[in-house]
Design a protein around this ligand. Sequence first.
Ligand code: UGA
Length: 452
Amino acid sequence: MRVAIIGTGYVGLTTGVCLAFIGHSVTCLDTDESKIRALREGHIPIYEPYLEEVLEEARPNLSFTSSYAEAIPDADVVFIAVGTPPTPSGAPNLEYLSQAARSIGQNGNGNFTVVVNKSTVPIGSGNWVGSLLRDAVEQSSNGHKTDFAVASNPEFLREGTALHDSLYPDRIVIGADEPRALETLYTLYRPILDQTFPAPVFLPRPDNFAAVPLVSTDLASAELIKYAANAFLALKISFINEIGLVAERVGANITEVARGIGLDSRIGSRFLSAGLGWGGSCFGKDTAALIATAGEYGLHMPIVEAARTVNSRQRDRVVEKLLQELKILKGRTIGLLGLAFKPNTDDLREAPAIEIAQKLIDRGVRVKAHDPIASERFQREHGKMGVCLCPTAEEVADGCDALVLVTEWSDYRELEWEQLAKRMRNPFILDGRHALDGDKLVRSGLRYVTIS
Ligand code: UGA
């Protein structure tokens, strides 16, 4: 099938590359011409494991453009995967979405086209995009009265494992009020639903991975599924962090508590890692948007609100722990290991490291930091904060009064901790992710403390 993808961020680019990989002819469009130039030359603007490799294999089926007139007319399916950044009220900014819908409507060639909301958009956006398309078709000067149907196909990929999650998803959700939209998307996704595509050698199909469940539903339900899924994952993390607080007071081990409850198949063991809490562009934005949508109907969401409160409290607990250890923070040097909001990405949106660094700087601390991938982006986007970026974790440790493990990059597990301890003024480490081997660190001469 012929596919156009509007937006080349994490979601758009991964979706485009995967659909091209399974054999569709895909045009990725971005209004940022410099991004398109870079992609044509083979430069990928984001760090995402295996994206480059899959893109190379899919290249014969892929093209890049900034022109709607080039991407839209021949497309059977158009995905809208533009940014929907949060506004101060919590509701997402839908400016890019509306621009995309209008431009699609103006550039149809008269054939039936399915327009799919892939961005996380407020409930009701499917209807709204439909009305924007109809208006644009009415006003279009090319004389074509394209027949559009709108669908919602929420994205569940995680940054850092985006390619794996797209090729081997837990489920595919398609919301459409018109059966022909559903049929088109069913055909599009069939190789993934039936797992008939040859798996890339570097991303083998997981053992015993068979057909992928399809959830076909109406537009509003698909839109709500996305918000409910992210809200549930967010509150699972906040739940374990709240239990972590009690665990700390009663002398229990939160990692063992999480394992003990997670083995109950009704609960499940994933997303029960206690620590600094969630970051990233999704959980904060989507929980705020869900609360805002409910508010429009006069509804409160106390559970989702509490999840947000607990999450922000986890960042304060870092400062509390450092105060307990060092008593005075002013004039201290503290090193952060990891800046990205999670390992295997260079994404810094809502990264706990930024909030923690700012809290420490406000208290007169000199902050040093290292990240294996995200330092360059940090310098570009947050250079003004005054964090001293170091090329290695060892250099971060030099003269530090404390280290905080913020992002659990696997490299940090392998550090020569004995050497690091010797380089510190005060060999103390706060493991914000329960990621390190505490006994080993203690044997290496560090005082080892966790959050919870
Ligand atoms: C999240 C969802 O997991 C995806 O399903 C969804 O598609 C995506 O949002 C989205 O809406 O676009 P993502 O934000 O990329 O994906 O990353 P996650 O792996 O979910 O991690 C989010 C944050 O939670 C990270 O800061 C991570 O460190 C933290 N986390 C995760 C914990 O603190 N504890 C855990 O047990 C798991």
